[in-house]
Design a protein around this ligand. Structure first.
Ligand code: PMV
Length: 346
C-alpha cells in the first residue's frame, strides 16, 4: 500500500480535511496482531459529528509533532500521532525528517463522550494521504481513499471505516471485497440512507478504561472465541439486512452487539463496566416504548455509557417526541445526527 512512497524528496505541503465519526452496528472488539481485527465489523458514517484538521508538513532534521485542538496545545493527541508516525517509519523511513504542525477541531462538543478518535485519526490520515499523493501522484482516486483507510486503521482501528460515506465494512469475511487492511463502502437499501441517530449523552466524562486496554483484555478472555463467532454471524446477517432494507433485523443485531460488547467488559479477566445506571434506565424505557407502540426505535452503544438511538426517518416525529420527553432527562444532552457522505477536502 505504501511501497511507492519509500523513497521521496520531501517538500513543504499543507492540507485540510474534515472527516466524520462512525457508529458500529457490528462491533470490532479484539485484535489479532497489529491493528488487525479479530472479526469483521459494519458501521454507519455520521454526518454532523466531524473533525476538521489542517496539517502543515515541513522537512526537518527530526520528527516533530505540534498539535493544537481548538487553538490550545494538546499533548495526548499529539503523542498518539507521534507514536503512529514512529510506527509508520518502517514503511516510510523519511518520516524521521518531518515537522508537523496540526490544528484540529470537532463540530461536536468536547466532553460529549463521542469517540473522537475515529474522526480525529481519519482526518489526520487524510492529510497524510494527501501529502503522499502530492509527493508522488497516483491517478487512481480509489487508491487514495484505500490508502487513507489503511493509514487510519494503523492510527486507530475503527477510524478506517470513517473514510467512506454511507455504510462501511472492515475485516475479512465471506464477502469478496472485504479486507483486514482497510475498510470498504457497501451498497445499502435506500431506506437506510436516511436513518436517524440521536445520541443520548448520559455522561461526557473521560472513560476510565481505554478502548486499547479493552481490546487487549480480549486476548485472555475466556469467551473471546464465542464472541468472534457471534460477531461474524451478526456481520453476515446485518450485511444482508441492510441490503434488503430489513430494519427490524438490523435493529435486533444493533442491540445484541451493544450488549455483547459491554458483556465482554463485565466478564473480562479484569472486569469493569462503562455503563451508568441511566444507560440501563434508558435501555428499559426503549424496550417498553417498543413493546407499547410497535415503533422501530433501537439502541446501540460504543465503548462508553452513551446511547445511539437509531430509527428510520419515516417514524421520526413520534420517536423524536418520545426521546425528547422520556429519554432526554436521563442524559446531559442530545446530539442529532444522520447518515453522512464521508470526508471532504477543504
Ligand atoms: O478503533 P478503536 O480502537 O477505538 O475501537 C473501537 C471499538 C468500538 O468503538 C467499541 C467498536 C467499533 O467497531 O467501533
Amino acid at each position: 500500500m505504501l511501497s511507492n512512497y519509500k523513497n521521496v524528496s520531501l517538500i513543504p505541503f499543507e492540507a485540510t480535511w474534515t472527516s466524520p465519526a462512525n457508529i458500529a452496528f457490528v462491533k470490532y472488539w479484539g485484535k489479532k496482531g497489529h491493528q488487525i481485527p479479530a472479526n469483521p465489523s459494519l458501521s454507519m458514517t455520521l454526518k454532523e459529528c466531524v473533525t476538521k484538521t489542517r496539517t502543515i508538513f515541513l522537512p526537518s532534521d527530526k520528527l516533530e509533532v505540534r498539535l493544537k485542538f481548538k487553538g490550545q496545545n494538546e499533548e495526548i493527541f499529539s503523542k498518539k500521532i507521534y507514536d503512529f508516525l514512529v510506527h509508520l517509519q518502517s514503511e516510510l523511513p523519511w518520516l524521521k525528517q518531518l515537522s508537523l504542525n496540526i490544528e484540529t477541531e470537532n463540530t461536536f462538543p468536547h466532553g460529549a463522550g463521542i469517540a473522537s478518535s475515529a474522526s480525529g485519526m481519519s482526518a489526520f490520515a487524510l492529510t497524510l494521504a494527501d501529502y503522499l499523493h502530492h509527493l508522488c501522484p497516483d491517478a487512481q482516486d480509489d487508491f487514495f481513499f484505500k490508502r487513507a483507510s489503511y493509514l487510519s486503521r494503523l492510527a486507530s482501528g475503527s477510524a478506517c471505516r470513517s473514510i467512506y460515506g454511507g455504510f462501511t465494512t472492515w475485516g475479512s469475511s465471506h464477502s469478496p471485497d472485504s479486507s483486514d487492511l482497510f475498510a470498504n463502502q457497501i451498497k445499502v437499501h435506500d431506506t437506510f440512507l436516511s436513518l436517524q441517530d440521536t445520541i443520548l449523552v448520559v455522561s461526557g466524562k473521560e472513560k476510565n478504561v481505554s478502548s486499547r486496554a479493552g481490546h487487549s483484555l480480549m486476548g485472555e478472555h475466556l469467551y473471546a472465541q464465542s464472541r468472534y463467532k457471534q460477531a461474524s454471524f451478526h456481520f453476515e446477517k446485518c450485511l444482508s439486512a441492510v441490503q434488503d432494507g430489513d430494519f427490524e433485523t438490523v435493529g435486533s443485531i444493533l442491540e445484541a452487539e451493544a450488549l455483547a460488547l459491554h458483556a465482554m467488559m463485565l466478564t473480562s479477566p479484569a472486569p469493569y463496566t462503562l455503563l451508568k445506571p441511566d444507560t440501563l434506565a434508558a435501555i428499559q424505557a426503549i424496550w417498553d416504548f417498543r413493546q407499547e407502540t410497535g415503533l422501530p426505535l433501537y439502541f446501540t452503544l460504543d465503548a462508553g455509557p452513551n446511547l445511539h438511538l437509531i430509527y428510520p426517518e419515516s417514524h421520526k416525529s413520534k420517536i423524536f417526541t418520545f426521546i425528547a420527553h422520556e429519554l432526554s432527562p436521563l442524559g446531559e444532552m442530545l446530539i442529532h445526527d444522520t447518515v453522512g457522505l464521508g470526508p471532504q477536502k477543504c
